[in-house]
Design a protein around this ligand. Structure first.
Ligand SMILES: [Zn+2]
Length: 108
């Protein structure tokens, strides 16, 4: 039996694979931080390419994950103000601005 603060970790991350070799007893705290680390950096600090405001955002909501966009702005207002300028920028420049706007990625 498991204690309340324990759980079974599946080493190959396949919950259906209950082979003895695939199972490991872990404390719940350790278990959740293990998976967070494994998932990697899920937060990003960005400097808005338009207004320069520094903000944090979940990585999945940034251009690092959303393949259609090359930049992430602080607000919709910033996107609007930037867009006329953006039309004159080629893809390479957009990607460069997007990359330079990333201050850090971290686990949050
Ligand atoms: Zn902005």
């Amino acid at each position: 039996m498991l204690n309340d603060d324990e759980c079974i970790h599946h080493k190959d991350e396949d919950r259906m694979n209950n082979e003895f070799d695939n199972l490991e007893l872990m404390e719940k705290d350790v278990h959740s931080s293990y998976h967070t680390l494994k998932r990697g950096k899920n937060m990003v600090t960005i400097k808005c390419p338009k207004c320069g405001y520094v903000f944090n955002r979940a990585r999945r909501n940034t251009h690092l994950v959303k393949k259609k966009s090359h930049m992430t702005f602080y607000s919709k207002k910033c996107i609007g103000k930037f867009s006329f300028h953006t039309k004159k920028l080629n893809i390479k420049d957009r990607i460069k601005i997007g990359r330079e706007s990333i201050i850090r990625e971290y686990i949050g």
